[in-house]
Ligand binder design. Structure first.
Ligand code: FES
Length: 233
């Protein structure tokens, strides 16, 4: 989520069977890189620091830019040719930071459109996430059917595999929903559901956003799919 990564923040991630690091530069842009420094293998997400729009390795201070190129070594003017990290194709839209994976390093063949207005009329996203024993294809199919609000009509759109946007209306509650499915490894998927509601003059309606999230995603998935998915965490 964009709101979870402040300027100059650094976080470790584990997706697609890899260790990754995400950071937000001083210009506000988010960058995702493979986590291990090509010098002696320090994890940049553990003690790495943002300097300008680069991340500095906590061990000997090599710095990497948003393309994964080493741009500075404190004790040396010459940058070794192999001093670079894989940089991930990142897109930040609708309150989320998305990374695109292509095993051949290709660019995405689709865009995730800006669907939601920004501004004071909507609450911050409330999010929940789960680790599920399934594949990204199965999780995406289930996300197209998941029922978050009893009796609500939900319009859904899938972008690529792994991202579903929805807009929902139930009585006076209007909400926008982003469901993201990201493989953690070959057997498990991280499912995140984020919901924001349009603010109302009525505090009871505003408070209802917290009640919108299902207490048991397995049950919610089952409602949509008639099948039980194994929630690991
Ligand atoms: S291990 Fe990163 S700079 Fe040495």
């Amino acid at each position: 989520m964009s709101q979870e990564l402040a300027k100059k923040a650094v976080k470790s991630l584990r997706f697609l069977g890899r260790d990754l690091v995400v950071f937000r530069g001083e210009d506000g842009s988010a960058t995702i890189l493979d986590a291990y420094c090509p010098h002696l293998g320090a994890h940049l997400g553990v003690g790495g620091k943002v300097i300008g729009n680069t991340i500095q390795c906590p061990f000997h201070g090599w710095r990497y830019d948003s393309k994964g190129e080493c741009v500075s070594i404190p004790y040396c003017k010459k940058i070794p040719p192999r001093a670079h990290l894989q940089a991930w194709n990142v897109c930040e839209v609708n309150g989320h930071i998305f990374a695109y994976f292509d095993e051949n390093g290709g660019d995405p063949s689709f865009d995730i459109p800006q669907l939601f207005e920004n501004g004071a009329h909507w609450t911050n996203f409330v999010t929940r996430s789960w680790t599920i024993n399934t594949t990204i294809e199965e999780a995406s199919k289930s996300a197209m059917n998941i029922q978050l609000l009893e009796g609500a009509s939900v319009d859904r759109t899938m972008h690529g595999v792994g991202v579903v946007h929805g807009a929902s209306e139930s009585g006076r509650i209007k909400s926008r929903i982003v469901m993201s499915m990201t493989p953690i490894d070959a057997k498990t998927v991280d499912l995140q559901i984020a919901v924001s509601t349009r603010k109302s003059w009525n505090p009871l309606i505003n408070a209802s956003v917290k009640r919108m999230m299902p207490s048991d995603v397995s049950k919610a998935f089952s409602l949509g799919t008639r099948r039980h998915l194994n929630v690991v965490a």
